[in-house]
Design a binder for this molecule. Structure first.
Ligand code: BTN
Length: 320
């Protein structure tokens, strides 16, 4: 029986008898009960209706390969080698492990991560069932030299995907943090895996999007989830994953063919730092946000003129 098989039958919010659930799944009633017990232990609210069966009290958003695949275009689906997991250390690490045997672009999505990684060595909070944790492995001709701007292209792809599902005013914080009004909605971790063959760069792209989270102890910056920022929309992790995969495939194909130029304007129009007082280089550089250059570096207008920031963190300067 699949890990969430019972929950997926209860998703309609109706009462289902143990006998009927067992029959539909072709398993014993004990097996059904065990899965219900595990779900309840993990915080799922299931009511036992005396003499009738079980009912889910709160909607759950289960990861489901069939749902996800159904939301992808045929030509994109065929290119992917998809793995959905209940738990993993990090989906980025899993993509690296699976890459050698994957038939197609390896994609890994997990319901939770036990060692989720953020940029700059940070931890990425990855509670079970609440958010999207997804990684994929991409290859590019031309070696690492051809990857200038890729990380920003990925930010544009994710922003466009969320907008296509109804998120308004999605912003980008250089290089590729995803913002909703009120705080950070998600992040992208790009890891270079080494040149696989001469001139072919392997890139692991890890995407974390806060979907249903409404409490995040330990997150040290303002954050939002899709549910909190856009409560009028119904957010499904399967549909979000499919939309993001679709946009990433389309944008990375375009990037491979045409380079970074077509993405400059889409990135600039979402820049949350434009015209803001900023600091970079661990506070050593102060200036006003002036957008990106043709290589994807961030520009600061400083007292000494315009300076391009190539790496590191840029943040808002506290008003003095
Ligand atoms: C950031 O620090 O803003 C980037 C966060 C990236 C988190 C995602 S979740 C899926 C993938 N697996 C990881 O371990 N990290 C990325």
């Amino acid at each position: 029986m699949k890990p969430n098989a019972v929950l997926s039958l209860l998703q309609d919010g109706q009462v289902h008898s143990g006998e009927h659930l067992a029959e539909q799944l072709g398993v014993s009633r004990t097996a059904v009960w065990k899965q219900l017990r595990k779900a309840m232990d993990e915080g799922c609210q299931i009511e036992t209706v005396r003499g009738r069966g079980y009912r889910l009290l709160q909607p759950v958003d289960l990861l489901d390969e069939a749902d996800l695949v159904a939301a992808l275009a045929d030509d994109q689906r065929r290119r992917l080698s998809l793995t959905l997991l209940e738990a993993v250390d990090s989906t980025n690490a899993e993509v690296i492990r699976r890459w050698p045997t994957a038939a197609g672009i390896p994609v890994c999505i997990a319901d939770c991560q036990t060692a989720g990684r953020g940029r700059r060595g940070r931890t990425w909070q990855s509670p079970k069932g609440e958010n999207l944790y997804m990684s994929l492995g991409l290859t590019f001709q031309g070696g690492f030299a051809a990857l200038d701007g890729l990380s920003l292209v990925l930010g544009v792809a994710v922003a466009e995907a969320l907008e296509s599902l109804g998120a308004a005013e999605v912003g980008l914080k250089w290089p590729n943090d995803i913002f909703a009004p009120g705080g950070k909605l998600g992040g992208i971790l790009v890891e270079l895996q080494g040149e696989w063959q001469e001139g072919i760069a392997q890139v692991i792209v890890g995407i974390g999007i806060n979907v249903h989270m409404n409490d995040a102890g330990g997150v040290d910056q303002p954050w939002r989830s899709l549910d909190l920022a856009y409560p009028e929309q119904h957010w499904s992790r399967n549909r979000i994953a499919a939309a993001i995969l679709g946009r990433i495939l389309a944008c990375s194909d375009q990037f491979a063919g045409e380079g970074f130029a077509p993405f400059i304007e889409p990135w600039q129009s979402r820049d949350i730092f434009r015209d803001k007082a900023l600091r970079a280089r661990d506070g050593a550089l102060a200036g006003i946000g002036a957008g990106i250059d043709a290589s994807g570096n961030y520009l600061l207008d400083t007292d000494e003129g315009r300076v391009a920031v190539r790496a590191g963190e840029i943040s808002l300067r506290a008003a003095s």
